[in-house]
Write a protein that binds this ligand. Structure first.
Ligand code: SF4
Length: 145
């Protein structure tokens, strides 16, 4: 039996910016015979649900960790970078307790993205802030749609 941390929305939990989930049946099935710990970095970072959608300016999650990019609300342009960093750090605290074999992230998200994220309104190659921090700390990560 393996231990996985999983983006909560992939398990049908309504944590997304639009107040909905993004249930992935393959991920749910994986949790039948393994231990899965759901988490949502954006809620852990103090953001409400639902919440205004955000995107990157100046780079992806790795650039945010290096303080070279930021994350803003798409419409208002309010800077939410600190919420996203806090969410990544709080998620890492969970990982240090849980010691997951792998972290299963929802791809495309500014927190959880693994292969692609929204940078200034365009889907580009890159990862979210929490994914970037987890990779930096040596965790194995995988992205699901
Ligand atoms: S931050 Fe991650 S877990 Fe939370 S809703 Fe977005 S993709 Fe899902």
């Amino acid at each position: 039996m393996k231990i996985y941390m999983v983006s909560a929305c992939l398990l049908g939990i309504e944590t997304r910016y639009d107040g909905k989930s993004k249930l992935n049946k393959d991920v749910l099935r994986l949790c039948e015979n393994n231990i899965c710990v759901p988490f949502c970095p954006e809620q852990l970072g103090g953001l409400p649900t639902p919440r205004p959608p955000c995107y990157f300016i100046g780079g992806d999650g790795r650039s945010v960790i290096e303080k070279k990019a930021k994350i803003v609300e798409k419409e208002s342009k309010i800077d939410r970078t600190l919420n996203f960093i806090r969410g990544a750090e709080e998620s890492l605290k969970i990982a240090k307790i849980v010691k997951p074999d792998k972290v299963i992230f929802k791809d495309g998200s500014p927190s959880c993205g693994v292969n692609r994220v929204d940078i200034e309104g365009i889907k580009r190659k890159g990862c979210g802030v929490t994914c970037a921090l987890f990779e930096k700390e040596g965790y194995e990560v995988v992205g699901y749609g």
